[in-house]
Design a protein around this ligand. Structure first.
Ligand SMILES: Nc1ncnc2c1ncn2[C@@H]1O[C@H](COP(=O)(O)OP(=O)(O)OP(=O)(O)O)[C@@H](O)[C@H]1O
Ligand SMILES: [Mg+2]
Length: 194
């Protein structure tokens, strides 16, 4: 994948192959092209050349299984960004929140939005949305602030809410993409996130 802005090449011929349960990190100096690469992976911007393909595993757990009986589906981000995005949870480098929605309202809204995306054959969790909202509020340690509007959360709390929103997933097979998730977090929470 290559991404150009005019004549400037921000990402030059990047090739990546990521597998189930893999954790992958980009390291690089400011302006190296990390955010641009992640924005292409997230479907927020189109690549100049190349593409991103996501495989939703079917009855086979092997990503490279080409057996005839394999029921996995492949989504190409150039052709069907919405289906590909339904398999992702994302946290951008800068928080994107609704100022007048509370912590729990954000998480609830994201669950509803994720579930309303195209039916991709994913297995929905057996838990109720209420239970899943509770779990996520706990995971990012925002229980005392669950009814606060996001405009009244501190910078670190807003970041934690953004991480929670990336973890909202109706599916077991989600891909989570986080761009500098721990910037602005205190040392203890930072450690918990990692
Ligand atoms: N929309 C855009 N138009 C023009 N140039 C851009 C645009 N977005 C990014 N760039 C340029 O692409 C290069 C890569 O930027 P990017 O934001 O991907 O870097 P980064 O590795 O995420 O940096 P940081 O560590 O500061 O977050 C930079 O030179 C930046 O100025
Ligand atoms: Mg960046």
């Amino acid at each position: 994948m290559t991404k150009k802005f005019g004549n400037f090449t921000a990402v030059d011929d990047l090739t990546l192959s990521l597998r189930k349960d893999e954790i992958f990190c980009f390291l690089g100096h400011n302006g190296a092209g990390k955010t641009t690469s992640l924005n292409v992976l997230m479907g927020k911007t189109k690549p100049s050349t190349g593409t991103v393909k996501l495989r939703l595993l079917g009855n086979s757990s092997r990503v490279d299984d080409e057996d005839q009986g394999d029921t996995s589906k492949v989504f190409d981000i150039r052709e069907d960004a919405q289906s590909a995005q339904s398999l992702m949870g994302t946290c951008s480098q800068h928080d994107i929140l609704f100022e007048t929605l509370s912590t729990e309202q954000h998480i609830y809204l994201f669950y509803k939005l994720k579930e309303s995306l195209l039916d991709t054959g994913i297995n929905h969790s057996q838990k109720s949305i209420g239970q899943r909202v509770d779990e996520l509020v706990k995971t990012v340690q925002l229980e005392p602030h669950r009814h606060k509007e996001s405009q009244h959360l501190s910078g670190g709390m807003r970041r934690r809410l953004s991480i929670a929103l990336a973890l909202v997933s109706p599916s077991e097979s989600s891909i989570v993409i986080l761009d500098e998730p721990t910037t602005g977090l205190d040392a203890m929470v930072r450690e918990d996130v990692w």
